[in-house]
Design a protein around this ligand. Structure first.
Ligand SMILES: Cc1cc2nc3c(=O)[nH]c(=O)nc-3n(C[C@H](O)[C@H](O)[C@H](O)COP(=O)(O)OP(=O)(O)OC[C@H]3O[C@@H](n4cnc5c(N)ncnc54)[C@H](O)[C@@H]3O)c2cc1C
Length: 510
């Protein structure tokens, strides 16, 4: 079996060297456009099969939708409820691979708790319970043991309040609990995938925009120097997410915006479970208050049709903020107000527009299926899907590239392939490093924690060390202060903390 022989370290020096090498009229096997979870997954899949790979990302790794997700590695329960058994099963299988093999260090079991308040009637509670039991069956069918994701169960009112202290007590009958996977951070997962691809020899080039893309190459525009480079490839994969239609106008997407609010976990009594609140008047849709790293809670999420211009960084609307607060407040003892909102983030789902004769249904009903799109003379498009199923999307895209270009390559092996830092909980438990570092870096935490002089917080009250900021630059391809604040760490999700840390982070670039 092929093992990575190269370094996984991404940095400015490597980027410059690899761009120079490419300038020597190289023809590569595969050019990947987009450095989100899909593109990074494609690069890893192809490089680990022995193909030569260039990935071009016009901004930074995880600049697009991949950093705005709910950070859940879904078991697919939601799709089961809407009758999409195939997608549900695929999600459960992919969740198993990520949690058991690919990135066990970055994913933890997240308890999700539906409080049984008077607003949740007996029939609705029975429906949720039945759904949770179906989720247990899905988990078992994907061979994920209950030691990794515990079985669902009913809790009494005392235990419910212990897991979600802010919940309303009046009329609380108890709660229904189920487990799913939660990434410590989605952008961090993308960087780990890209670095692992780099260890297999993939050239991961950020600040490089692909222009005039065809089925056998593109002009790569270095946005830092303004230079253009013509790169030829035996196959090209368009993994540009919601921007895929800009790269290849034959692709039609119907973007939908999803928004989260960032709260201080203390405002909700430091919950250890995700409070899951049914949206009044809707069946099988919930608002989640997800406990997250850095003492935060992400409250999400919306599903709003977002036609027209595609912003680089989507913004939450006032209506979405109101909707999320109103919905969660139906379950809280003390209502949240807008003053409790520390920050917001919004992303565009790259949903496939499967309805040429559009019935005008809501985007919440649009399929989360992925598709490989082949057009005569154009790149191979890989669109739709979701973060959880990135690996299968990558496998399907690379299979198509191999077939279309007649490439010689090994079988896909990403089902068995751990990313940098991955290890099981027994190994992780033996590391001498703070828990938060182990959660974010796995085995590499030991490396970061080795130099005690670098372990002070980057700014008062922020649980990110100077060692992490330096590692972002030396190993994780961060090229400027924004890369560090907004993607390698998520300090930037709270503007006040962003301001607090900005100067200290900038000293690392001096
Ligand atoms: C609010 C929200 C919550 C979600 N929550 C979850 C969840 O909890 N779990 C889950 O499994 N899924 C979730 N999803 C879905 C998931 O986030 C997306 O399906 C996934 O991140 C899409 O990744 P991508 O790599 O295809 O696209 P992107 O992450 O958008 O990556 C595309 C990249 O292409 C780059 N690019 C574009 N044009 C060019 C060009 N010409 N040259 C070079 N680069 C280019 C962009 O800069 C971008 O970085 C959520 C989605 C949203 C919106």
């Amino acid at each position: 079996m092929m093992t990575p022989t190269g370094s996984s370290a991404l940095n400015a020096t490597r980027r410059t060297r690899e761009l120079e090498e490419l300038g020597e009229h190289t023809v590569v096997d595969l050019l990947v456009i987009g450095g989100g979870v899909t593109g990074a997954g494609v690069a890893l899949d192809a490089a680990s099969r022995g193909l030569s790979v260039v990935l071009a990302e016009r901004h930074d790794l995880a600049f697009g939708t991949s950093r705005w997700s709910s950070k859940l590695v879904h078991g697919g329960l939601r799709y089961l409820a809407s009758g999409n058994i195939g997608i549900a099963r695929e999600s459960a299988v992919e969740r198993n691979i990520i949690m058991m093999r690919t990135a066990p260090h970055l994913v933890r079991p997240l308890p999700q708790l539906v409080p049984l308040l008077p607003s949740v009637g007996a029939a609705e509670a029975a429906l949720v319970r039945a759904g949770f039991l179906a989720g247990d069956a899905l988990r078992a069918s994907a061979a994920t043991p209950a030691t990794v994701l515990p079985r669902s169960r009913r809790l009494d009112a005392t235990r419910t309040a212990a897991l979600a202290p802010a919940v309303r007590r009046a009329g609380l009958r108890g709660g229904l609990l189920a487990y799913d996977g939660q990434l410590v951070d989605d952008a961090r997962f993308v960087v780990a995938l890209a670095r692992t691809a780099a260890a297999y020899g993939a050239r991961i080039l950020t600040r490089v925009e692909a222009r005039d893309v065809t089925g056998d190459g593109a002009t790569l525009h270095d946005t830092l120097t303004g230079t253009d480079l013509d790169v030829r490839a035996r196959a090209v994969v368009n993994a540009a997410g919601v921007w895929a239609g800009r790269v290849d106008p034959t692709i039609r997407l119907r973007p939908s915006r999803g928004t989260h609010l960032v709260l201080d976990a203390a405002t909700l009594g430091n919950p250890t479970a995700a409070l899951t609140v049914p949206i009044p008047g809707e069946r099988n849709r919930f608002v989640f208050a997800l406990p997250a790293q850095l003492g935060r809670v992400y409250l999400g999420l919306t599903d709003e049709e977002a036609p027209g211009e595609l912003p680089d960084v989507p913004q939450a609307s006032d209506g979405e903020i109101g909707f999320l607060l109103d919905t969660v407040n139906t379950a809280l003892a003390t209502p949240l107000t807008r003053d409790d909102v520390l920050g917001t983030f919004a992303g565009l789902r790259p949903l496939l527009d499967t309805t040429a004769s559009d019935t005008g249904g809501s985007t919440a009903d649009l399929s989360r299926k992925h598709a490989v799109i082949r057009t005569e003379g154009g790149p191979i498009g890989i669109v739709g899907g979701k973060l959880t199923t990135y690996r299968k999307m990558a496998e399907d895209a690379v299979d198509a590239a191999i077939e279309v270009a007649g490439l010689t390559a090994r079988q896909c092996r990403t089902r068995q392939l751990p990313v940098v830092g991955a290890a099981n909980s027994a190994v992780l438990g033996m590391l001498t490093a703070p828990h938060s570092l182990v959660q974010r870096y796995g085995t590499e935490a030991a490396l970061l924690a080795a130099d005690l002089t670098r372990m002070e917080p980057i700014a008062p009250g922020i649980d990110i060390t100077r060692a992490e900021v330096e590692f972002a630059v030396s190993h994780e391809g961060a090229l400027d202060v924004d890369d560090v604040l907004d993607r390698r760490t998520r300090i930037g999700l709270v503007p006040r903390e962003r301001t607090l840390a900005e100067n200290a982070v900038s000293t690392v670039f001096e």
